[in-house]
Each structure stands twice: as structure tokens, then as C-alpha cells.
Design a binder for this molecule. Structure first.
Ligand SMILES: [Zn+2]
Ligand SMILES: [Zn+2]
Length: 559
């Protein structure tokens, strides 16, 4: 395709830049008024203590939704939640065809089936190393190594230059499942000329190499060999190579594996669908596991991050229907603590040790986990292969992106640019620069409803959680005289005892009545005005009594 004078090549992250999670990257080509777009990855991030009741958070697609008819395709690099988790939520607003390799497509189909979208979304399965042509974008998939089957980098060729979008990667000389990183393909791209490399920043502060899955297998086999009693191993189900290692370590030590947790079963099925994990013994079902000697079973569990409903949390609580662990048993965490999950993991580990379970973590047993992201030596190697003109760090918080940019500068990469979500970067023509700032943000999945970040519902819930709730009701007759009430109830607010609480509620009722009596004539006609006046009076009284301002909800009834 020929380029015209007004054509530009832009990169626009709407998620995943200045955060680890919720990756949503866009590339645009064409004149500013008529860009064609491709989307690379559409992932989620997860809620925490600051978002009570909200577990899943999505990137806000409002900006690109306006140009949905110009999105040529949604290309997924790999099947981690932070890369594909938002497709089922946001596809109805973008409606573009989806491209993925077979394992990723399998996982995505499951999600779309649950969302009742399977029949609507066109998914094109691309083989590993395959190509995709989308208007001015010619894409080549480059096989990498990571912590899930089929991680792909993308060579995105356009008339204005080639971008290497790495996705998540590491250089694992022996990943156990799948091929090694296709260094030759990246070197060849480098020889042809790479304009920009948009690259994973997760481990930019870590020296050396991430380490190999093969070494984890050895360490795991040795560790499990020394354990007596029941053994449970927690890891991410999506790390199929790790699952496979644990299974083989178990088999080498005379144990058979029983899966605990829905995503373990789901990932095992996905792995088998692409020909992985086919030469292992069948998994034990729960009843079989119960009838074997405890030295002959290993439970492979979800919940390494302290997720409250995962198998390991239920085992720790003693509420798991099949798996009971106690004194003499062991739990191995073949995982790391993801920042933000420190507290739930610590609580989980305390509950397990309370039961007498002995814990094994990567902190005291180095080697039972390796990261899936590139450390500094690997980044340096990647830069030496691709030799980009522009470094665009992504998949990191601000501190990761800035350190990555400095690292690239040290490696003599001529230009670095570090956009935040919503910053539109012109990669060509001319020097790379941020040319526009578009709307970017987060959507919360709140009880199945997509709500704006910090919308009213969550704001009120948070306020109520910290300050409590006071409900006032009063009934008025046709001449605005009190027929019943005001009645006051308080939720989540303290008093020395019941009598003290009754006194407080009486005081608040008096306050409500006084506020009502201050209203005259017309002011009493509108329910909204009456409710607002009472609410204001009661809030003031609460401030006096408790030194805080609970959510006050007043209802006026007309009789
Ligand atoms: Zn990721
Ligand atoms: Zn990943």
C-alpha cells in the first residue's frame, strides 16, 4: 500500500501504560481525520480493598468507540486476563473481528460462550508464526516465551515503518512447552529496520534473567520428593508449563494429581485442546483422591494470590468440600506475591499455618517459581536484536516506564517516549512525540453493570463502609402535619449500649422534627425539599455526636 503525504502512524494506549494490567493498545494509520485502527489486546485489571464489591475493572473504550467502524481487527497476543479479559465485556461496543492463536482462541471462546456472544464474534485462528493482513497493517506473529502457552510478539509492518509490539515475554532457553523465543525472526526484523519497539517493562528493576521453567521442574521434583502427608501446590492455572512440571514432579514421587479449582480444570482442557499435557496420567477425581493414601496424592490448586473464592482459600477456611489439610500436610506456593495482594496472601498463609500446615514459598525455597517477564539482561538482548529507533515502554507503572526509558537510552536507542493511557504518540513521520491526549479511564464491573470509575454507587458504598448509614422516615398528612415519626435507624454506627443508642436515635429524631418545623408554607409542599432539609439537620447532629458524617437517607411519606 502506498503512503500519502498526510499519513501518520500513531500509537495510543488506552490501558496498560502507567499500570500493570488492563492492556488496551491501539495503532492508527492514515491522515488524522481518517485513521484506520487495530487493537492489540483488550484486558482487565482487578479490584482491591479500595473498590468494595468491584472485582473486575476494564479500560474505558469511549474514545475509540466513536471510530468503531474504522477498527480493522482486535489482535490478541496471549490468553492472560490482563490481555483478553475485557473482550467479552467490550466487544459489543467495538464489534471488530478478533485474531488469536489456537490456545488463546480456545480460552476466549469459553469466555464468549459464558457471555452469550460466541455466535456474534468472528474469531480467526492464526497459526504460530502466522500473518494477518489488516488494511495498511501487515502483521507477523513472532513466537516468544512467557508463562502461558502461545505468547506472541507482533511485527506490525506499515508503509511508514515497522513496529515490534512485544506483548509479555522473557527469554527462556527451555520453556518445557512450546518453542523458544524466535530470536532469528527478531534479528531479521532488526536487519530490515524497526521503527519502534513497544515493550514489556514489568521486571525492568530486576537484574539478570528471569530464569527457566526447566529449573523450576527440577526444584519442584526435589522439594516434593522430601514431603510427607498431603501436599497441595498453588500456582496460576494459566501457567500450563508449571502445571505440567508439578504433575511430573508428583508422578516422579509416586503421587497422582487431583485438580482443585475451576480454572485448573478449564486450563487443563484448553491445554489438551492444543496437544499439550497429553502424556500424563489422568487426573484423580475427588472421590478417588479421598481413597488413596495421603502420600499418594497431590492437589494442584487455584488461589495462590489469596483470591477469596479460590480452592486454596476454601481449604484454609476448612470449607472446601473435598480437600482437608491439617498438621503434617504441606502447601507449596509456586508463585510470587503480586503487588497489591500482600494482605490477602498473608491472611491465607496465617489460616493455613493455624491448621498446622507447613508452607513453602519462593522466599525460603528459591527456584520453585520464576517470573514470566524479562529482566534487564533479557531486555538488553532484545534491544540488541531489534535495534529500534524508538523505545516505547509499556506494561508497567510510571516508575517502570521511566526506568525502562532510561535503560533504553543507556543502550543507545535514539528516541524514547513514555505515554500514559490516553496519550496519542505519533511514531512517524518525524520524531516521536505525543500529539494528543484523548479520554482514557476505567470502567468498573459492579454487580454485572458497567459503571464509570468511582461512580455514585461505589462512592456511596465506600462512604457508607467508613461512616455508617442513618435512615430517617416521617409521615405527613395533607396539611403537612406529622402523622407518624420521625423514625430514625442507624446502621454501622457505635454506641456504648442499647440504651445509649436509643438516646442517640431520639436525639436525631428531635433534630429531624426541628428541621421540619423550620420549614414554612411552600417549602413543605415538595418532598425533595423536605427530605433535603431533614437530611441536612440530621447530618449536622451526627457530626456532633460521632464526629463523622454517615450516609443519611430521609423518606417523606404523604398520607
Ligand atoms: Zn500482561
Ligand atoms: Zn502475560
Amino acid at each position: 500500500m502506498a503512503k500519502s503525504k498526510s499519513d501518520e502512524l500513531v500509537f495510543l494506549p488506552l490501558g496498560g501504560s502507567n499500570e500493570i494490567g488492563m492492556n488496551f493498545n491501539l495503532y492508527g494509520y492514515g491522515p488524522a481525520h481518517d485513521r484506520k485502527w487495530i487493537v492489540v489486546d483488550l484486558g482487565v485489571t482487578f479490584g482491591d480493598q479500595t473498590t468494595p464489591g468491584v472485582e473486575v475493572i476494564l479500560p474505558d473504550p469511549t474514545y475509540i468507540e466513536k471510530y468503531a467502524d474504522r477498527i480493522l481487527g482486535i489482535v490478541l497476543t496471549h490468553a492472560h486476563e490482563d490481555h483478553i479479559g475485557a473482550v467479552a465485556h467490550l466487544w459489543p461496543r467495538l464489534k471488530a473481528p478478533v485474531y488469536a492463536t489456537p490456545f488463546t482462541a480456545f480460552i476466549l471462546r469459553e469466555k464468549l460462550r459464558e457471555a452469550d456472544l460466541l455466535d456474534e464474534v468472528t474469531i480467526t485462528e492464526v497459526p504460530l508464526g502466522g500473518t494477518i493482513e489488516l488494511g495498511p497493517f501487515k502483521l507477523e506473529l513472532i513466537t516468544l516465551t512467557h508463562s502461558i502457552p502461545e505468547p506472541n510478539g507482533l511485527a506490525i509492518k506499515t508503509p511508514l515503518g515497522t513496529i515490534l509490539h512485544t506483548g509479555d515475554w522473557k527469554i527462556d532457553p527451555d520453556p518445557l512447552l512450546g518453542d523458544v523465543t524466535d530470536a532469528a525472526a527478531i534479528r531479521k526484523l532488526g536487519d530490515e529496520g524497526v521503527l519502534a519497539m513497544v515493550c514489556d517493562s514489568t521486571n525492568v528493576f530486576v537484574d539478570g534473567h528471569a530464569g527457566s521453567e526447566a529449573d523450576v521442574r527440577v526444584a519442584m521434583t526435589k522439594l516434593i520428593g522430601g514431603l510427607k502427608g498431603k501436599v497441595a501446590v498453588a500456582c496460576f492455572a494459566s501457567n500450563v508449563a508449571r502445571m505440567d512440571s508439578v504433575i511430573r514432579a508428583a508422578e516422579a514421587n509416586g503421587r497422582r494429581v487431583c485438580l482443585a479449582g475451576r480454572s485448573m480444570h478449564r486450563m487443563a482442557a484448553a491445554a489438551k485442546s492444543v496437544g499439550l499435557m497429553t502424556d500424563i496420567q489422568p487426573f484423580l477425581d475427588d472421590t478417588q483422591a479421598k481413597h488413596l493414601s495421603e502420600n499418594a496424592v497431590l492437589y494442584l490448586c487455584t488461589g495462590s494470590q489469596g483470591e477469596p473464592r479460590a480452592a486454596l482459600a476454601r481449604i484454609a477456611d476448612g470449607t472446601h468440600p473435598h480437600v482437608k489439610l491439617g498438621a503434617g500436610d504441606s502447601v507449596v506456593f509456586s508463585s510470587r506475591v503480586i503487588p497489591g495482594n500482600e494482605i490477602p496472601i498473608r491472611n491465607l498463609q496465617n489460616k493455613l499455618t493455624e491448621r498446622g500446615v507447613r508452607l513453602y514459598t519462593e522466599r525460603d525455597h528459591p527456584g520453585i517459581h520464576v517470573s514470566g517477564h524479562p529482566c534487564r539482561d533479557e531486555l538488553a538482548e532484545m534491544y540488541s536484536w531489534a535495534r529500534p529507533e524508538i523505545a516505547v515502554p509499556t506494561h508497567g507503572e510510571r516508575r517502570h516506564l521511566m526506568e525502562h526509558a532510561a535503560f533504553a537510552r543507556d543502550l543507545q536507542v535514539p528516541q524514547q517516549v513514555t505515554p500514559r493511557n490516553g496519550d496519542m504518540v505519533r511514531l512517524a513521520p518525524g520524531r516521536a512525540e505525543i500529539i494528543d491526549e484523548v479520554h482514557a479511564g476505567r470502567l468498573f464491573v459492579d454487580a454485572g453493570v458497567l459503571t464509570p470509575e468511582n461512580g455514585d454507587a461505589l462512592r456511596e458504598r465506600r462512604h457508607a463502609a467508613f461512616n455508617g448509614i442513618v435512615a430517617v422516615s416521617v409521615a405527613l398528612d395533607g396539611r403537612n402535619r406529622i402523622v407518624s415519626g420521625p423514625q430514625v435507624r442507624a446502621l454501622g454506627l457505635p454506641a456504648d449500649d442499647e440504651t445509649a443508642m436509643d438516646d442517640i436515635l431520639d436525639e436525631l429524631a428531635d433534630e429531624a422534627e426541628a428541621a421540619l418545623k423550620r420549614l414554612k408554607g411552600e417549602q413543605l409542599e415538595l418532598d425533595d425539599d423536605v427530605e433535603m432539609a431533614i437530611t441536612r439537620g440530621v447530618k449536622k447532629a451526627c457530626q456532633r455526636i460521632w464526629g463523622r458524617r454517615p450516609v443519611v437517607e430521609t423518606t417523606v411519606l404523604r398520607i
